[in-house]
Design a binder for this molecule. Structure first.
Ligand code: DX5
Ligand code: ZN
Length: 229
């Protein structure tokens, strides 16, 4: 089992913002940069208004990188496909609470398959809805944009949501990892960590930067400094 709360906050660049014709270059860059996790945005054109990539792409990436692949399933009926993503090589799999009426079962099956199981919440879904699932997941992904596209603007009230979830896990002694995804940049990364985030996803802030390796290092420095305060 992966440590639920890492000593240092993790950076998970989102491969969605990379050049899909050069995924191997993007993965080599991320490995060289020291990024801890690769975030993989899976969209089906139904749960969200965009279609991206599926299991074959995850399997292809698995062959060429040692980094953990974190598959964020923005799809309807995620229980139909979650295990196929684990088989393809995902180390982390998150499913949206809004898309799955049987989360205990789905999360349990992801864990039994050997991956870290996560629940993702859209910006409008309150964190309090997770209380009856505490203990059944390894991480929570708080969306800080409405999912579907990279490069959107961060919704600031997610900071309050992160603080509320952080307080809940402390109060209930439930040591899951808190991930935030969407519009993350140097402008908000430190505040997110101070609000309780343990893992930040960053797409455009890494891949659209003039120097993506420097962008990884800049974000890592910001979040590591924030954790020590
Ligand atoms: C949005 C995705 C995010 C997105 C992040 O639906 O879940 O992971 O790729 O990209 P940025 O950091 O550019 O918002
Ligand atoms: Zn994502």
């Amino acid at each position: 089992m992966v440590a639920l709360r890492p000593d240092i906050p993790l950076l998970a660049p989102s491969i969605l913002s990379a050049d899909f014709a050069k995924l191997s270059d993007a993965l080599a860059m991320l490995e060289a940069s020291g990024a801890e996790v690769v975030h993989v945005d899976v969209m089906d054109g139904r749960f969200v208004p965009n279609i991206t990539m599926g299991m074959p792409v995850v399997a292809a990436m698995r062959k060429i990188t040692n980094l953990p692949l974190d598959c964020h399933l923005m799809i309807v009926e995620p229980s139909r496909y979650a295990l196929e993503f684990v088989e393809a090589g995902a180390s982390w799999v998150s499913v949206h609470q809004e898309a799955d009426p049987h989360l205990h079962r789905t999360l349990d099956s992801i864990r039994k398959a050997g991956a870290k199981a996560g629940v993702a919440l859209n910006p409008g879904t309150p964190v309090e809805t997770l209380i009856d699932l505490f203990g059944c997941f390894d991480f929570v992904l708080l969306m800080s944009v409405n999912p579907g596209f990279g490069g959107q603007s961060f919704i600031p009230r997610i900071l309050d949501k992160a603080r509320r979830l952080d307080a809940l896990r402390t109060e209930r002694k439930s040591p899951f990892l808190l991930q935030v995804d969407g519009g993350v940049s140097l402008k908000n990364a430190a505040d997110l960590v101070r609000a309780g985030a343990d893992c930040l996803v960053a797409g455009n802030a890494v891949f659209k930067a003039p120097d993506p390796v420097a962008a990884v290092h800049g974000l890592q420095a910001a979040i590591r400094t924030a954790r020590t305060k």
